[in-house]
Ligand binder design. Structure first.
Ligand SMILES: *Cc1c(COP(=O)(O)O)cnc(C)c1O
Length: 387
């Protein structure tokens, strides 16, 4: 179909929620993508940190197709092997005790927040329901997760919000001030949507200690930063802490929609039959894809990710027009001199897909991106930045 026809269909039939770049991506191989006109792109975005083994990955595809040819969906009334394989694998990788499967990051966080309130209710009764999140955070678009999203811009129009949810600055004084009647604090160790900023080590460690002391649950939202993105399986590993609840999604399914809420020791038995559920959650095709992804995120592979991250970061630091390089691992933010949106448009025109996060350029390439693809992307980015 002609691109102009696609545009016309979009303008006629689609809800007007997205302002898109004028390109229709059709297919790809690894971190190399093609649009409907046959134009080639290097992918520094992975569909927002989702396609972590790029496009058309053979191993992932084989796992997905194998499951598809057996059965596409099994109700959660029954047992299902891919789901159980994935749950075991995730617990093994993280030290978590139990897993609830959802379909997205927002749903994984919704589950975490509900579980936190139940944990507190069972132990302390009514009146201890407050959720603390951080300013600049992003936790999803459902009303509970949107309320916990500490960015006012997302809040217009949609109130009234969920009561007893507050967002504070990332310092202990601010957290302590709101801590009365708090049941949980939710953080992204590396804030993604608001600008790819890693939280300070001292703050995260002090927060962990404070939460332990007051039996406040610490929820780590690893929806974007998990699944090897930062060079560790989870970004909290860089901080030497463990959460009480961890959520992940985006990269987990390698491109299929899946979210997971992982319960550590304290919260292992919080949710009981009937407390929470999902029709599609733990879909066997998504789980089979996720098993193939997670089982390849070995220590050796993560060392390669760290190597790639160091390579990209060293190059980017030397580029004209880059003020600061932020984030962790292959979750990279660039403070730039020109408007980020303009840079993204110019990169697209020259055959490179990058994302933005507020005023910053965001780079989250597939973890298996090749040296050649990185160099091609860097060349385009350097030219655009220097213009
Ligand atoms: C993307 C994201 C979400 C929301 O995930 P969806 O799958 O879009 O619901 C939540 N938290 C973080 C940190 C994210 O990056």
């Amino acid at each position: 179909m002609e691109f102009s026809t696609l545009q016309q269909l979009e303008n006629t039939y689609m809800a007007e929620t997205f302002s898109r770049f004028p390109v229709a991506i059709e297919r790809g191989e690894g971190a190399t993508l093609f649009d409907t006109e046959g134009k080639r792109y290097v992918d520094f975005g992975s569909g927002i940190a989702v396609n972590i083994f790029g496009a058309n990955d053979e191993q992932w595809k084989a796992a997905v197709i194998d499951q598809l040819s057996r059965i596409q969906h099994v109700s959660n009334y029954y047992y299902s092997e891919p789901q159980l394989d994935l749950a075991e694998l995730l617990c093994f990788r993280t030290g978590a005790k139990r897993v609830f499967f959802a379909n997205s990051g927002a749903e994984a966080n919704e589950c975490a927040l509900k579980a936190a309130r139940k944990y507190s209710f069972e132990k302390y009764g009514e009146g201890r329901k407050k959720i603390i999140s951080l300013n600049g955070s992003f936790h999803g678009r459902t009303l509970f997760t949107l309320t916990a999203t500490g960015q006012e811009a997302f809040h217009r129009f949609f109130g009234p919000f969920v009561p007893e949810v507050v967002s504070v600055d990332a310092n202990m004084q601010a957290v302590e001030k709101e801590s009365e009647n708090a049941c949980a604090v939710i953080i992204e160790c590396v804030q993604g949507e608001s600008g790819v900023e890693a939280l300070e080590k001292g703050f995260v460690r002090a927060l962990r200690a404070f939460c332990d002391e007051h039996d406040i649950l610490l929820i780590c939202d690893e929806v974007q930063s998990g699944n090897g993105r930062t060079g560790k399986f989870c970004s909290y590993e860089h901080y030497g802490i463990l959460p009480d609840i961890m959520t992940t999604a985006k990269g987990l399914g390698g491109g299929l929609p899946i979210g997971a809420c992982l319960f550590f020791e304290k919260t292992e038995h919080t949710l009981k039959p009937g407390d929470h559920g999902s029709t599609f959650g733990g879909n066997p095709v998504c789980c089979a894809g996720a098993v193939s992804i997670v089982s390849r995120l070995t220590e050796d592979f993560l060392l390669e990710v760290q190597g790639k991250a160091e390579y990209l970061r060293a190059k980017l630091k030397g580029f004209d027009g880059v003020r600061r390089v932020t984030g962790l691992g292959l979750m990279i933010g660039l403070n730039v001199e020109k408007p980020a949106k303009e840079i993204a448009q110019q990169c697209l025109h020259r055959g490179l897909l990058v994302l933005t996060a507020h005023e910053k350029v965001r780079i989250v390439p597939p973890l298996n991106i090749t040296k050649t693809e990185m160099d091609e992307g860097l060349t385009i980015l350097r030219e655009v930045l220097a213009q």
